[in-house]
Design a protein around this ligand. Structure first.
Ligand code: SF4
Length: 67
């Protein structure tokens, strides 16, 4: 655990989905604002692997997440 915000947060689709009422706050609280080292999106971002915008921090796809 740490108290920093994930460095990807400003550009992460999870931020947009959260701020537009499409994503439960537990995701950003549990990952983006705390345990981002556990985030699958973070890992894939760091290693340059493709991941869809509707993939949750735990790696599951949420088809309801749409722009
Ligand atoms: S979803 Fe993952 S990569 Fe995106 S801001 Fe949150 S912790 Fe970082």
């Amino acid at each position: 655990m740490n108290n920093d915000i994930c460095k990807w947060y400003p550009v992460c689709p999870m931020k947009w989905f959260f701020e537009n009422g499409k994503l439960d706050g537990k995701w950003v609280n549990d990952y983006c604002f705390s345990d981002w080292t556990e985030c699958v999106r973070y890992e894939m971002e760091e290693s340059g692997k493709y991941h869809p915008d509707n993939m949750l921090p735990d790696g599951k796809i949420d088809e309801r997440l749409q722009y």
